[in-house]
Write a protein that binds this ligand. Sequence first.
Ligand SMILES: Cc1cc2nc3c(=O)[nH]c(=O)nc-3n(C[C@H](O)[C@H](O)[C@H](O)COP(=O)(O)O)c2cc1C
Length: 188
Amino acid sequence: MDVSEIIKNRRATPPRFLSKKEIPKKVIEQLLENANWAPTHKNTEPWRFIVYSGDVKQKLAMEIYSFLIDKIDSGEPINFQKVEKFKSDFQRIPVAIAIVLERDPADRVPEWEEIAAVSMAVQNMWLTATEMGFGAFWATPRFLPFLNEILKLKSGQKILGFFYVGNIAMEYPSPGRGDVKEKIEWKD
Ligand SMILES: Cc1cc2nc3c(=O)[nH]c(=O)nc-3n(C[C@H](O)[C@H](O)[C@H](O)COP(=O)(O)O)c2cc1C
């Protein structure tokens, strides 16, 4: 596949379209190596990753579930159905990579630039997974900010979602895109 094909073939494959089959560690290492080559203003390299698989991932699914149920019980506006869905997705997929933003301690660039850099790192992973024939998904449930605590993130770190990777059990159709011509103004 050339780069244009990889870009167009990249899909957000929902967890129910991924199989439970394990993913070789080498594959994940390759995704993360390519993530690490994202562009980054002032070379802050603000991306951090925590890779969950096997029993640790299953245990974390339950811990997050109980933690969020406690939050709901104490009145936090968290959607119970979304918590249940998160747990079953998290248990289903073989690898979940926490996408973590680590702010430059010297605060040399605004946060949005570091979120942009982390997002570009995610796109590198996603395109690499596509080229290697794996499915992937970026999950960003609304309750994400609550998870900074349970994932024991350090100060200056923030979770931006989970990147799920798995074997594609069933192809998920592309939603397509509107015509790019409608998004461009040419000034010539
Ligand atoms: C920052 C970001 C967060 C996303 N979070 C979710 C999510 O929480 N749930 C979801 O169903 N899709 C999520 N998506 C995937 C989009 O729904 C998906 O990219 C869009 O439908 C286009 O499909 P495609 O990526 O297969 O072309 C996210 C995408 C991005 C860029």
